[in-house]
Design a binder for this molecule. Structure first.
Ligand code: FAD
Length: 305
């Protein structure tokens, strides 16, 4: 039985493990693989103090640091259930049950993909998912945003300040974003909003050079010349394995308080799987640290042995 088991092995989990282990409590990480979303990232340029680091390198550094502190790293393991009785019990896909006095859930999230030809092929070569991360790479260029919900319109407004021109493509007859955001986008000279647009293909040669869509009202096909396409059709938290009484929001994000505590005593959560306002590496790391300190505090205050 561990003092704390951390589920997941992305930036939130890595940071939580370092903080927990440095408190001298027995700590384990259990995850399907070590690395999380940064493994899909080429260059990270918004981590304070680190001018540039590749995602794989960052996570390899974190793994080395975690292992230096004696954290037990169990990879190749999917957690399928969490329950709190006397202790926290984590059921693995293998059927094994891991017990711990406390747990930190840091299972992250994944961007919903649109699944059209060219998307996978040009990922990181013009196809992007994170405007905060990759927006500056498209300074002065023409880009499209797929998705007219809040995240799509926020991305378009954000990118309009950096890029030459932004075209938003929304599949439905109307944008789903809040009216304030729509009004702001409508008043931007370099944003074009297109509704009823079914993206058919992201085109390119080595890198993205455009996008083809079908106008669903006229059934006509159109092509846009572009250097970047931001897919903004949702970020899905990896929380499908979580069930009541653990509280999740209407977006299936784990609800946490300022100490990263969930509604279940002794279970904490951090990073992209939670209802944190923004989903970024530095934010996930900060939340992971908070969760670990809170778990330590919980262990000190409770007599769980
Ligand atoms: P994740 O990184 O998603 O890690 C989750 C971990 O949980 C993984 O190890 C996964 O295998 C594991 N897991 C999930 N479910 C289970 C389960 N049931 N059982 C066991 N293990 C499980 N942010 C920046 O700050 N800067 C950037 O430049 C940047 N660029 C990005 C580029 C791309 C292409 C993407 C996709 C994201 C980018 N982000 C960037 C966002 C950043 O990667 C995330 O905010 C961050 O990784 C969240 O960390 P996390 O630890 O919460 O989750």
């Amino acid at each position: 039985e561990f003092d704390v088991v951390i589920v997941g092995a992305g930036p939130a989990a890595g940071s939580a493990a370092i903080y927990a282990a440095r408190k001298g409590i027995s700590t384990a990480i259990v995850a399907d693989h070590f690395g999380g979303q940064p493994l899909d990232t080429v260059g990270i340029e918004n981590l304070a103090g680190t001018d540039y680091v590749e995602g794989e390198q960052l996570m390899a550094n974190i793994q080395t640091q975690v292992e230096k502190y004696g954290v037990k790293v169990l990879t190749g393991q999917r957690v399928e259930h969490i329950a709190k009785h006397e202790t926290v019990e984590l059921t693995l896909a293998s059927g094994d049950v891991l017990k711990a006095k406390t747990a930190i859930i840091a299972t992250g999230a994944q961007w919903r993909t649109i699944g059209v030809p060219g998307e996978a092929e040009f990922k990181n070569k013009g196809v992007a998912y994170c405007p905060h991360c990759d927006g500056p790479l498209y300074a002065g260029k023409d880009v499209a945003v797929i998705g007219g919900g809040n995240s799509g319109i926020e991305a378009a407004i954000d990118l309009a300040g950096i890029c030459n021109h932004v075209t938003v493509l929304e599949f439905a007859p109307a944008l789903g974003a809040d009216s304030v955001l729509q009004a702001k986008a409508n008043s931007s000279a370099n944003i074009t909003l297109i509704t009823n647009a079914a993206t058919k293909e992201i085109t390119g040669a080595g890198r993205v050079n455009g996008l083809t869509y079908t106008d669903r009202t006229s059934q006509t096909e159109h092509h846009l010349d572009l250097e970047g396409v931001f897919v903004q059709i949702g970020l899905v938290p990896n929380t499908d394995w979580i069930s009541a009484p653990l509280e999740v929001s209407s977006h299936h994000e784990i609800v946490t308080d300022a100490r990263q505590a969930t509604n279940v005593d002794g279970i904490f959560a951090a990073g992209d799987c939670t209802d944190s306002a923004y989903k970024q590496i530095i934010i996930a790391m900060g939340a992971g640290a908070t969760a670990a300190l809170s778990a330590f505090d919980y262990l000190v205050r409770t007599s769980v042995k």
